[in-house]
Design a protein around this ligand. Structure first.
Ligand code: EPU
Length: 436
């Protein structure tokens, strides 16, 4: 498939599309299947590249996996589980950080696990320091070798009491996947409680786990000796839904998103309405539309759940370039998530970035020279440009900008978008976009 797309913009996106299961849940649920001694069945699985990556990793470990793309089902049988070589894991995983999440389940089932050197700072402050700290605390021994990290658990894994310094999604998942079969009780304070994590907890409970979540972000897990497989339907991808909603707003369009679930995206819906977008929650989905008139500027900051997701930020910023006045967006989850605005400015937007924490709260990036606050002044007409997409969400935001712009844009590097947006080219065509 071509890695670039030509978009003749300036047309409202109108029509209906469907969104299936959440990328950021499906990959973790597939990893959870490793814990079950009987087969698991995951449903509502989207056809995205990340599912292919995790499927490859599981097969490498001997999992008998069948993926029916059309039906959106993945069945996984772990009867013949075996260890894999770091070099093969690295070849399958690419830059994905999923291998780190396999460690707990593999230590329980096989007594060993490997994390390949994925490039970048493997043992530095980021990106997996929280994960390694947790695994070591459970009793894992981590040894560095030429091709990565080798983990063993000579004395088994034992329940821990742990407080996260930041409610990291991945670290919370790491702890859950390890604690469910660790000996004794585990208590996690300052946990992430995203809907995708709640769905993972539901899945683990189906498998035999005993997990309770308190309102104060504390999760308690009572370890069990054995777990079975599950049959579970993934929750909808609320990031993809919000991306299409933002596309409807930026292009003055009207999109019915089948599969969208109101309950997981209340915070987004509030902001969408404050900006001047409208939506109708209907049977089986949500219709998002621009009701006419001006869009309004807003001040918002990204946050962990139940705050405004960092992954919603980039698509919405494109719509904010069409709002009247000054909008302020303070990014508090990732320190460098505004790189995509350079291309927006080249298309006519006026987005200024600041090192300071703008808004009513300071965050951990405040004193560290990261341009993590944006001021967007609008409305500014956008014109087509040649763009190379930087990352998954930034890339989809560039597509939205090209669709909203007058004239033609050539957007290259769009393969990245296949990591998290199922059949986005076909969906764009279904919505009336003029693309080649
Ligand atoms: N962090 C550390 N050390 C760690 C782990 C995280 O410093 O060991 C920091 C990160 O650098 C970041 C913050 O903690 O500043 C939060 O990261 P978190 O661990 O919560 O994120 P993640 O688990 O790596 C998942 C999603 C992201 C999503 C975030 C926040 C997956 C595969 N990824 O990442 O999704 O933005 O949670 O909700 O689930 C995306 O879909 O495009 C995406 C980036």
């Amino acid at each position: 498939m071509s890695d670039s797309i030509r978009i003749h913009g300036g047309k409202p996106l109108e029509g209906e599309i469907s969104v299936r299961g959440a990328k950021n849940f499906v990959s973790k649920a597939m990893v959870a299947a490793l814990l079950g001694s009987t087969p698991s069945m995951l449903r509502n699985v989207p056809d995205i590249r990340d599912v292919g990556v995790v499927s490859g990793l599981l097969r490498l470990h001997g999992v008998d996996l069948e993926y029916d793309v059309e039906a959106g089902t993945v069945s996984m049988d772990t009867t013949s589980l075996n260890p894999a070589e770091a070099i093969d894991i690295a070849a399958h995983a690419g830059s994905s950080r999923i291998p780190i999440l396999l460690c707990g389940p593999l230590l329980h089932r096989l007594g060993e696990a490997v994390i390949p050197d994925l490039g970048g700072c493997l043992i530095g402050d980021r990106p997996i320091d929280f994960h390694l700290e947790i695994l070591k605390k459970f009793g894992a021994t981590v040894e560095e070798s030429g091709d990565g990290l080798h983990l063993t658990a000579p004395h088994g894994l034992k329940g821990i009491r742990h407080e996260l310094s930041y409610p990291s999604v991945g670290a919370t998942e790491q702890l859950l996947l390890t604690a469910v079969m660790a000996e004794g009780i585990t208590l996690l304070e300052n946990a992430a409680v995203e809907p995708e994590i709640k769905d993972l907890i539901d899945t683990l409970q189906k498998m035999g786990a005993i997990i309770s979540v308190d309102t104060d972000r504390t999760i308690q897990i009572e370890g069990v000796k054995e777990m079975r497989g599950y049959d579970h339907t993934a929750l909808c991808d609320r990031i993809e839904v919000a991306s299409w909603a933002s596309a409807a707003l930026a292009t003055k369009g009207n999109i019915l998103v089948h599969g969208a679930q109101q309950r997981s995206m209340g915070t987004f819906l509030n902001v969408f309405r404050k900006v001047g977008g409208e939506f109708d929650v209907v049977e089986g989905g949500i219709r998002f539309y621009h009701p006419g008139g001006e869009l309004h500027s807003i001040a918002l900051q990204t946050d962990v759940h139940p705050g405004f997701m960092t992954d919603w930020q980039q698509p919405l910023v494109v719509a904010l370039t069409q709002a009247t006045g000054l909008s302020i967006v303070h990014e508090t989850v990732y320190e460098q998530r505004f790189g995509f605005t350079k291309a927006l400015n080249a298309m006519g937007a006026q987005v200024q970035l600041f090192n300071e924490c703008l808004g009513d709260r300071t965050c951990r990036f405040g004193q560290r020279n990261f341009k993590h606050s944006a001021v967007i002044s609008g409305p500014t007409p956008l014109t087509g440009a040649d763009i190379v997409v930087p990352d998954l969400r930034g890339g989809f935001s560039h597509l939205i900008a090209a669709l909203a712009a007058t004239g033609t844009s050539n957007v290259s590097g769009i393969g990245i978008i296949d990591r998290g947006y199922e059949n986005f080219r076909a969906k764009l065509v279904a919505l009336g976009a003029s693309i080649e």
